[in-house]
Write a protein that binds this ligand. Sequence first.
Ligand code: TXE
Length: 500
Amino acid sequence: RYSTAVLAEEPITPPVQVNYTKLLINGEFVDSTSGKTFPTLDPRTGEVIAHVAEGDAEDIDRAVVAARKAFDEGPWPKMTAYERSRILLRFADLVEKHSDELAALETWDNGKPHEQAAKAEVPMFARLFHYYAGWADKIHGLTVPADGNYHHQTLHEPIGVAGQIIPWNFPLLMFAWKVGPALATGNTIVLKSAEQTPLTALYAAKLLHEAGLPPGVLNVVSGYGPTAGAALASHMDVDKLAFTGSTNTGKIVLELAAKSNLKPVTLELGGKSPFIVCEDADVDKAVELAHFALFFNQGQCCCAGSRTFVHEKIYDEFLEKAKARAARRTVGDPFKKGIEQGPQIDSEQFDKILRYIRSGIESNATLECGGERLGSKGYFIQPTVFSNVQDDMLIAQDEIFGPVQSILKFKDLKEVVSRANQTRYGLAAGVFTQNIDTANTLSRALRVGTVWINCFDVFDAAIPFGGYKMSGQGREKGIYSLNNYLQVKAVVTPLKNTAW
Ligand code: TXE
């Protein structure tokens, strides 16, 4: 009954070499102070891809010293904005030149389909840097006609040393969302990549240096959260922190930032996004979009449409078709052409997802298809659909972060808005309708940072992304992200008449 592609006996050999495994501090690849390394694993098999230098508190400190020096002594913040822009543009061009290596490394380390990495994520990565390069020389303050005989002006200055902690689900894109605006505004950076996916950040940082980035401006420390990550969040000489990850860890880093030097923090955290299919929907199209909204990237998206609300009039038809679509999803080696779903990132996430599937079954949701691991090695999970899901079930409340679609029935719009909003999260929502009034009403009533009407996961460098409620604080991308990395200084000068 299950038509997923057969998992290849032998994994396809990735068409790329791992060349960079050390920490990148002050423009040089160096070992960690402790000499320790950690393995980064191939999610297709659980086998070691490479051993990577393991940074901890001492290495974070070395990296912060380098970033501080590069900020205080320059040349980065003192270069003209145009020169900074040119470096970012050259980098984006190098990304395009090396797109094959970047896409292959991203797939190998993360398990995402190679076609997705190559056709969507690497081009988007380059696009984000083109976008931020365009901002570098367009950031300026105001001259303000305030009261009194004074010249009032504001200067928009970089904050200083930015600490950035990123997750493993979109390693390259999360790098771009954070590094792009910080560099465009003239900051220096210490970035900690996720321990599951350290490889592409090192490769990209190497290319940035090739493009002319001065030493110390971007330092990349691979390592674990409670050691390297916590040291960065609590460092007294880090001026700003940006974090993407789980809501629980978001609380930890916010507290560390507050208890150390009160550095401002932006957070992009978990979600439980509703995808609302109204009664006037074209069911086939709605099924396809709801499927994409949940299953894209193995379900490992903070904004995944993980509560599929379907109007009762079309519920039965929708359910049959959604189940058939999930059963047709091709799962297998992400390097194979035509594969829609690769493995989950690691054994921890794999076990967590299977636990939530068991919880769904135990709480009497109906398991329509899937529900088990696929194959005997690596972290593959069958595309899974639950129907008859109730709001208070754990699978309707918690972020599963896997290929598990939960379908819920609703009767009217007022009811579905109230249920959609009954969550601690508020990252995104999807609305599927042909009625413009319904679309307008729902997009205003839903308490989320992004509403996609008749589309989903449409991301653009210029459009802000971020969460309401416990999905985060602040916005990334677009014009809004620049303020995360800027201080505003007021300068007041008396105006005196001279000479005449
Ligand atoms: O997240 P963590 P994990 C959600 C998703 C997933 C769950 C757990 O539900 O199942 O989180 O994933 C660093 N101080 N998201 O454990 O722990 C860590 O090293 C400082 C949603 O991977 O939040 C990594 O670099 N840093 C999310 C980053 O935080 C710490 C994407 C994220 O890891 C730290 C990923 C500490 N004490 C998971 N502990 C999204 N919003 O897209 C960990 N880290």
